[in-house]
Design a protein around this ligand. Structure first.
Ligand code: SF4
Ligand code: SF4
Length: 173
């Protein structure tokens, strides 16, 4: 019997840096609720302006522009450890189950706007670790059916993001 090869993400992790390190991950209010229910009281959210100016250029995705960023250009992201790793990155990868993982993470490395999903994945995945017959999507076990489902859910949640929870984070007087 032929052994199933490790996913591309596992191969990537063996090589060192992965997309769970040094990234700012926007989470929807529902992502926040799901993670909070799973992780208990751990405080894992911050509101932060983007470090990447390209992120502010969302002309092709007005829904993102309108609902993700607040009036100060900040958005709800996962906190990171001092070394830049995501708070939920463990020695074996993400400690969150797929049902709890932020929708942005589930959809990575797809690129998309509200009305389309691009055919080609983000260029950050290490293609040199693919075998000859593999595509990036095969190697991370992503199907277009799942992608469409998560993409739909992501924008349904984005569109109702009214930033209400920002109030939690204001310092008390
Ligand atoms: S999604 Fe791509 S960059 Fe991220 S861990 Fe998997 S293979 Fe690596
Ligand atoms: S939540 Fe999980 S998948 Fe997303 S960046 Fe953090 S460790 Fe990676």
């Amino acid at each position: 019997m032929t052994a199933t090869p490790p996913t591309l993400c596992a191969r990537c992790a063996q090589q060192g840096k992965t997309c769970c390190q040094g990234r700012e991950i926007y989470i929807t209010p529902e992502d926040r609720q799901r993670i909070r229910a799973f992780a208990g009281k751990l405080e894992f959210v911050e509101w932060s302006p983007t470090m990447d100016p390209a992120y502010l250029d969302q002309d092709d995705d007005p829904i993102w522009q309108l609902h993700v960023l607040d009036q100060d250009g900040r958005r709800r992201i996962l906190k990171r450890k001092p070394n830049g790793d995501c708070l939920f990155l463990g020695p074996q990868g993400c400690v969150l189950t797929m049902e709890v993982r932020p929708l942005l993470c589930r959809l990575h490395p797809l690129t998309y706007t509200a009305d389309r999903i691009d055919a080609e994945p983000d260029e950050g995945c290490p293609r040199h670790l693919l075998s000859a017959a593999e595509s990036v999507f095969d190697a991370i076990h992503m199907t277009m059916e799942l992608a469409r489902q998560w993409h739909r859910q992501l924008y349904e949640e984005i569109i109702t993001d009214d930033h209400d929870d920002r109030i939690d984070l204001r310092p008390s007087l």
